[in-house]
Write a protein that binds this ligand. Structure first.
Ligand code: 6PG
Length: 474
């Protein structure tokens, strides 16, 4: 058989589906997995596609099966496993060969690996892949970072396997070294915020309005036909409609309210803070998952801490129409904070990220795909005033129109004693960004009082001190 165009190591769900996708698009792909049973399983399940799969029982066999320059996708668990596989493969490769990490890597690791492999004459691509199992099989969104000349070697394959938006592949080379994995991390950060906001709506309707899951699911299904049209709203509707076969209860009610997280949401927040930003809606979502893990403490808290008064539902009813607009407004803020984070990182690392292209490749295939992304791409192409998506005319208008619904929703939630951390963060950001004069004049005065840190005066000049002496206390 002719040599395979590309190799793939790691045949768990994502890797196996990606291999089938590549094979289906007509590219011979050599596949390897440490536990070789998975290779046999994939070959057995591949049907006609097996003709384009080359099973390789060892790393040596994988390398021998590949045309040069060799390109090998790694789809293994992020972290130490990636270093282990690289350690195995690198000595078998020749200068110019390319390793492609398609997992959810921390972009700092990607930068480190890229440098280390460059010293050995090898290329490294950090490639974010979004879309879950279904996406991997039939078309994910693909965010590539690395050297353009390395990407050129695999571009035809990447574009062939990616999702398409009106014919345009949802795949792009976005910048050097860790750029692709950073963009994927922020994608996941936005995903966390989006999921949290949807869950907050669910909580307001369940606990504030005593609506059942099926009913809430119907509402989401309706919203999915309007401006909130998105994959996450669509699947939330389906999830809420589902029944548990064992009990007949709504499935969602049989699921323990403790959310897992593998790291990408948290990394978004850490990177935002490190860059002097605050992706507060993402932080709220990460924090909400962390708090959810404190299940025994929350059960105890229900007995210890005071409930909200008044808690009457009539007094502060949350209206469906308000909720729809509130979700739209909060979602715009979450995406805007994500784009601001991408922009800040782009400047810090010299990546020259094209925010519009990023929005474009998120229009299909990925988990946060939504009707808004096409408009966001257009807004980013036109240039974001002050780097802010929320100032782009279309979004400023949408956000302003929906802001009072968000305000009423957050107020009603507070009065009912229902936590809406992501909605609250979105509203606080909106209200901060529309006030020319904030309250950090007092913070500056306090800093100067206890630490003689100095301040700028509104009538000019920096390094001023107040009449309090600027002395340290205590
Ligand atoms: C995607 C998803 C995918 C995965 C994340 C979520 O874009 O396809 O984001 O990458 O579901 O790992 O991770 P958590 O386990 O942290 O929610």
């Amino acid at each position: 058989m002719a040599k395979a165009r590309i190799g793939l190591v790691g045949l768990a769900v994502m890797g196996a589906n990606l291999a089938l996708n590549i094979a289906e698009k007509g590219f011979p792909v050599a596949v390897h997995n440490r536990t070789t049973q998975r290779i046999d399983d994939l070959m057995a399940a591949a049907g006609d596609l097996a003709a384009n799969l080359v099973p390789a029982q060892t790393p040596e066999a994988l390398v021998a099966a590949l045309a040069k320059p060799r390109a090998i996708i790694l789809m293994v668990k992020a972290g130490a496993a990636v270093d282990a596989v690289i350690g195995q493969l690198a000595p078998l490769l020749d200068p110019g060969d390319i390793l492609i990490d398609a997992g959810n890597a921390n972009f700092h690791d990607t930068r480190r690996r890229e440098k280390a492999l460059a010293d050995q004459g090898l290329s490294f691509i950090g490639m974010g892949v979004s879309g879950g199992e279904e996406g991997a099989r039939h078309g994910p969104s693909i965010m590539v970072g690395g050297k353009p000349e390395s990407y050129a070697v695999i571009r035809d394959i990447v574009e062939a396997i990616a999702a398409r938006y009106k014919g345009d592949p949802c795949a792009a080379h976005l910048g050097p070294d860790g750029a692709g994995h950073f963009v994927k991390t922020v994608h996941n950060g936005i995903e966390y915020a989006d999921m949290q906001m949807i869950a907050e709506v669910y909580g307001l309707l369940r606990d504030g309005e005593h609506r059942n899951p099926a009913d809430i699911g119907k509402l989401f299904a309706e919203w999915n036909g309007g401006p909130l049209h998105s994959y996450l709203v669509e699947i939330s509707a389906k999830v809420l409609a589902a029944k548990d076969a064992a009990t007949g209860n709504p499935m969602v009610e049989m699921i323990l309210d403790k959310a897992g997280q593998k790291g990408t949401g948290r990394w978004s927040v850490i990177e935002a803070l490190g860059l002097g930003q605050s992706a507060s809606t993402i932080e709220a979502a990460v924090g909400a998952r962390s708090w959810s893990a404190l299940k025994p403490a929350r059960l105890a808290g229900a007995e210890i801490l005071a409930a909200a008064e008044p808690s009457g539902r009539e007094a502060h009813a949350v209206l469906d129409g308000d909720l729809e607009r509130a979700l739209l407004a909060a979602k715009i803020v979450a995406y805007a904070q994500g784009f601001a984070l991408l922009d800040a990182a782009s400047q810090e690392y010299g990546w020259d990220l094209d925010l519009a292209r990023i929005a474009e490749i998120w229009r299909e295939g990925c988990i946060i795909r939504s009707a808004m992304l096409d408009d966001m791409a257009r807004a980013a192409r036109d240039g974001l005033p002050h780097g802010q998506l929320i100032f782009a005319p279309e979004f400023a208008q949408k956000l302003s129109a929906a802001s009072n619904a968000l305000r009423r929703t957050v107020a009603a939630a507070a009065l009912k004693g229902l936590p809406v951390p992501a909605f609250s963060a979105a509203l606080a950001y909106f209200d901060t960004m529309r006030r020319g004069r904030g309250t950090t004049d007092l913070i500056q005065a306090q800093r100067d009082f206890f630490g003689a840190h100095g301040f700028e005066r509104i009538d000019g000049g920096a390094g001023h001190h107040g009449p309090w002496g600027g002395k340290r206390t205590g």
